[in-house]
Write a protein that binds this ligand. Structure first.
Ligand SMILES: [Zn+2]
Length: 114
């Protein structure tokens, strides 16, 4: 039996530079947070799927999607973090790395024993 499916890992929250909350209008209290889905086989992450990022206001605790942002500053800061700061963790590929290692080993082994 092969056990596989999807799981998710949390993206470490980071404080955004500037911008104001779409709800309570508090300035400079916005955080970016989210999670990333990955595909796993036997609980070993194989490859990343999609990520979901959203913004949280530390003042009113409101959660906002990108399309709800009213301030351009917030959107700019959010997109900067989304594209520059949030990288796919290497271990989301560990299944692929393992498989590649195994394939390499299998193809190299006969050469070594000759
Ligand atoms: Zn707020």
């Amino acid at each position: 039996m092969i056990i596989f499916g999807t799981s998710s890992s949390t993206i470490h929250p980071a404080k955004l530079d500037g911008g104001c909350c779409p709800f309570c209008k508090t300035e400079n209290q916005m955080w970016i947070q989210g999670y990333r889905k990955y595909f796993h086989i036997f609980w070993i992450p194989f490859f990343p799927l999609w990520k979901k990022v959203y913004s949280i206001c530390s003042h009113c605790k409101g959660v906002f999607e990108k399309q709800e942002f009213q301030s351009k500053e917030l959107l700019k800061s959010f997109e900067y973090f989304e594209n520059q700061k949030i990288k796919i963790p290497w271990y989301h590929f560990s299944g692929i790395i393992l498989a590649l290692l195994l394939i390499t080993l299998i193809s190299v082994l006969p050469l070594l024993t000759k």
